[in-house]
Design a protein around this ligand. Structure first.
Ligand code: 5GP
Ligand code: ZN
Length: 114
């Protein structure tokens, strides 16, 4: 999608602090971090939200979690723990409509989330 912020980041048209990428996914630092470590993990292919997932996206969406776990391990936060969050649509707090998984770590998370 030509007017999608995260598609532009995936295409390298807008700079981002990238920590991991392969042919399917990209992980980069959130511009407004809510924890000492706050990454966004996105599929390079545009999917607007969890609502737009299809059966064909199962592997790709699952890979977001696997990538989060691998990055958490590599950055040394896996044992202490971390939180992954996917916000969906307005009531879920989604503001960028390209599917992304937040990876938050480096502080004690609270429950329930706001
Ligand atoms: P959402 O609210 O949709 O779940 O999360 C969107 C996230 O994208 C927010 O945490 C916000 O700080 C982050 N964000 C918005 N614009 C940019 C940007 O241009 N670059 C980066 N790295 N993060 C962004
Ligand atoms: Zn997009």
């Amino acid at each position: 999608m030509s007017d999608c912020l995260f598609c532009k980041i995936a295409a390298g048209e807008i700079p981002a602090d990238v920590v991991y990428q392969d042919d399917e996914v990209l992980a980069f630092r959130d511009l407004g971090p809510q924890a000492p470590l706050h990454l966004l993990i996105i599929p390079k292919r545009h999917i607007s939200s969890l609502n737009e997932m299809t059966e064909a996206d199962q592997q790709l969406v699952g890979k977001l979690s696997l990538t989060a776990a691998k990055i958490a391990d590599e950055l040394g936060v896996a044992e202490d723990g971390y939180r992954t969050v996917v916000n969906c649509n307005a009531a879920g707090g989604q503001t960028v409509f390209h599917l992304h998984m937040h990876l938050l770590a480096g502080r004690q998370m609270t429950w329930p989330p706001g």
